[in-house]
Design a protein around this ligand. Structure first.
Ligand SMILES: Nc1ncnc2c1ncn2[C@@H]1O[C@H](COP(=O)(O)OP(=O)(O)O)[C@@H](O)[C@H]1O
Ligand SMILES: [Mg+2]
Length: 362
């Protein structure tokens, strides 16, 4: 893929500023011609990582690996001391991370360095270079947002099957579902993983207990929630509240398919180190492969999902060993989002039909 190398060779290179300044980074840029091996990274230089909720391949650089990532036409050298993870790029997710409109979301997203080319069995593939928000030894909880999973590229059959899936899970009722989590299991002494398929079996009445496995990792999991875990739930509620404020100000952006990822440090949990547990809590919005700019106003479906998630967490604060408190649920007018999705599906089909003659010729 010589054209990729030529394209990158004239780019300005940013020496990573160690986070001293926010993007766009203004320190230390220089014009330089990059060598092929600085731009195209070998798959052997990475390890595949274990994730809780995803289906795409994630890569973690082996030690001492320098990555060249290109963001909005500028190349950036990402030094090995940066905690990064590479996710197979889709045009949509790349566009989301590079959109000016998403700047106000920055503190809720993993830091995005740009895209890097990785030479794989399928040729040179584009990977998003993202901050690895998981700690070295994390337990994670992936909460998939949305009353139904939507995407512009869905066929009519997929549109229907997604509604059947949403109705069978908690998505259709509360606007979110368990999409994989890990937790420290004191009985077995190991970290247990529940995948997204286990998550799809969770019913609305069991949500507090199901997510309680992540949010209460005290030995014996006693209720009511106490100490660092109680504080983590309170902090989660206030973070979600702040995120709602930003989403409410974003006109036309739809977070279809996005997840809210919660992380805690497993070592701090095993050590029962309350201060470290509390400090280690991270909450990030991830997965923008199906996010779109369409329609007017904010994403009311995502906002409603987040309000319900807050209510579920508030109910968790009231949970006792005997009683899982019910929580109030709001529902958006899904007709509006359904119409938006149909419009986006129509647009995607039109684009496909316009492009296919070109592909057929080449
Ligand atoms: N920036 C990140 N840092 C650390 N882990 C991540 C990051 N992004 C995603 N993950 C992990 O990968 C999983 C799937 O991520 P996601 O973006 O939803 O991928 P997919 O598009 O395949 O669903 C998450 O549940 C989490 O375990
Ligand atoms: Mg996902």
């Amino acid at each position: 893929m010589i054209h990729s190398i030529t394209a990158v060779s004239s780019l300005k290179v940013i020496e990573c500023c160690m986070g001293q300044c926010s993007w766009p980074c203004v320190c230390n840029w220089r014009e330089e011609t990059l060598m092929e091996d600085e731009v195209i990274h070998d798959l052997d230089s990475f390890e595949c990582t274990d994730t809780v909720g995803g289906h795409l391949r994630f890569l973690k650089p082996k030690c001492d690996m320098v990555i060249t990532a290109v963001r909005r036409g500028q190349a950036q050298v990402v030094r090995p001391d940066r905690q990064i993870i590479l996710k197979k790029a889709t045009a949509n997710e790349k566009a989301f991370y590079e959109a000016e409109e998403c700047a106000s979301l920055e503190s809720f997203l993993p830091m995005y360095y740009g895209c890097a080319l990785v030479c794989t069995e399928f040729g040179n593939e584009d990977y998003l270079v993202l901050e690895d928000v998981a700690l070295s030894n994390p337990v994670q909880c992936d909460v998939k947002l949305g009353f139904v999973q939507r995407a512009a590229h869905h066929s009519d059959a997929k549109w229907k099957s997604m509604r059947v899936k949403a109705a069978a899970t908690t998505s259709a009722k509360v606007g979110f579902r368990h999409c994989g989590l890990t937790y420290c299991d004191w009985k077995s002494g190991i970290q247990v993983k529940e995948d997204k398929y286990a998550g799809q079996l969770v019913q609305a009445a069991d949500l507090v207990s199901a997510f309680g496995k992540f949010f209460n990792q005290e030995p014996g999991r006693t209720w009511p929630l106490q100490g660092a875990f109680r504080k983590s739930v309170l902090k989660s509620i206030s973070t979600i509240h702040a995120l709602e404020g930003v989403i409410a100000s974003l006109d036309g952006l739809r977070f279809w398919g996005a997840s809210l990822l919660f992380m805690l440090d497993a070592e701090a949990i095993w050590n029962q180190d309350a201060a470290c547990i509390e400090e280690s809590l991270k909450i990030k919005l991830i997965d923008f492969g199906n996010a779109v700019f369409i329609g007017d106003g904010p994403d009311k479906e995502a906002l409603c999902a987040l309000t319900n998630l807050k209510s579920m967490l508030a109910a968790m604060l009231e949970k006792t060993t005997e009683v899982d408190p019910a929580f109030e649920v709001c529902r958006p007018d899904l007709c509006v989002q359904d119409a938006e999705q149909l419009k986006s599906m129509e647009g995607a089909r039109m684009l496909a039909s316009l492009l296919s003659p070109i592909h057929e010729k080449s």
